[in-house]
Design a protein around this ligand. Sequence first.
Ligand SMILES: [Zn+2]
Length: 330
Amino acid sequence: PAPRRSRWGIVGWEELTDGSLVAGQPIGAPTWFPCNDRPDDRGRMRMEITVDDGYTVAATGVVGATTRRGGRVTTVFTSGVPTATYLAAVHVGRYRTTPLAGSGAGVVPAVTVAAPPALAAASDRAFSSVPDMLRLFDRLFGAYPQEACALVVTADELEIPLEAQGLAVFGMNHLVPAAQRLVAHELAHQWFGNSVGIARWSDIWLNEGFACYAEWLWSEESGGDDVDACAAEHYRRLATKPRDLLLVDPGPDDMFDDRVYKRGALALHVLRRRLGDGAFFDLLREWTSAHRHALVTTDDFRAAVDRAGGADAVDLLSRWIDREALPNLP
Ligand SMILES: [Zn+2]
C-alpha cells in the first residue's frame, strides 16, 4: 500500500512525525485495502491491526481484543454498521486513550480521546464541549447513530480534520477555540454522511451542507453568532464568489469547494425559515431515522421536503441547489 496522488491531494497512508494515518476520502481506500471504492457500496468491516509496542492504534469500529506478542500489539476493530470504504480509517501514534469526561451518560455516547500524552490537557479542554454538542445534535438530529465515538489528535498539524465512521481526527492545530466549529462539523457527519450516506459523490452537499449547518447551530447554542448571523455573513461572502457551481452536481473538481458547504447550509436555513423550526427539525430527524445507515440521493431529500412543506418548499430548495444564480436570502 502506498499513498496516491489525486486531484484532491495525496490520499491513502500519510506518514506522521511519529506514527501514521490513512485518509480515505474520497478515493484513498483502495490504496490500503481491496474494495469497490464507491460510496454506495458499504460493508461491515473487521480490521486486525498490528503495531510496535509503545504505539496505539485507533480505527473505525468497536475496539475488541488486544494481544501482545514479540514486542508487537494486535488490536481488532469490528464495525457492525454498513460503512463506506472512504470512511474506514486507521491512526497509529504514541497515543494515550482516555474516556472523555461527561460522555457516556444519558443521550451522550461514550467518547474516547486518543491523543499524545503531551496534548492530553489541551485535548480535554478542546473537547470539553463535545458532550454538549452531542446533546444538541441528539435533540435536533435524533439519537447518535454510531457504535463508537472516537476522537484522535495527532502530534502533527493537519491541514483539515477528517471524519470517519464513528471517529474523527484532528491535528494538534485544531485544539484552539477557533476550531470548535470543526469539532461540531466532524461530529455532525456521524449523522450526515456516515449514517445517512450519499449514493454518489455528486450529492456531496447532503454531507457537507448539513455538517456546515450544524456548525452554525452549535455557534448559536454555545453563545457565539446565532444562525441568522452566520447565514447572513456566509451569504455575503458567497455573493463575492463566482456563481458557476451547481450544488446538486458540483463536479469532481469542486466537490470540496467551500461554496458547496456554505450554499448547502444556506439552502437548509432558507428551508427552515419557510417551514418553521418545528417542521424543519422534524424533517431533519425524519431524514436521519428513515435513512439511518442507508443510502440517499438529493431526490430523496426533495421528497422529504415535499412531505414537510409541499411544492413551494421544493421549489425554494430547487432555487438553491439546481441553479447557479444565487437566490436572495429572505
Ligand atoms: Zn465535512
